[in-house]
Design a protein. Structure first.
Length: 75
């Protein structure tokens, strides 16, 4: 459900931004906008479907030993 919401919002934003970019003949900006939007929505969808791990998990792996050490030191 949340992926569909993000896709819907992306479409609404595109419908607002793209006509203005095309009207001003900003070709490079239009290409960058589309590429960045597709990458961001794709990464979000991949994260939601479990194809790409959440970056928070990597942070937990890095900081967990330090957290354990600090808790042990304080007790």
């Amino acid at each position: 459900m949340s992926v569909l919401t993000v896709v819907f919002i992306s479409i609404v934003v595109s419908l607002y931004e793209l006509p203005r970019l095309i009207r001003k003949k900003q070709r490079k900006e239009t290409i960058v906008f589309i590429v960045m939007l597709v990458i961001s929505v794709g990464m979000y969808a991949a994260t939601q479907f479990g194809l790409v791990p959440n970056p928070v998990y990597a942070m937990e792996i890095i900081y967990k030993p330090m957290d354990d050490w600090i808790k042990q030191w304080l007790h």
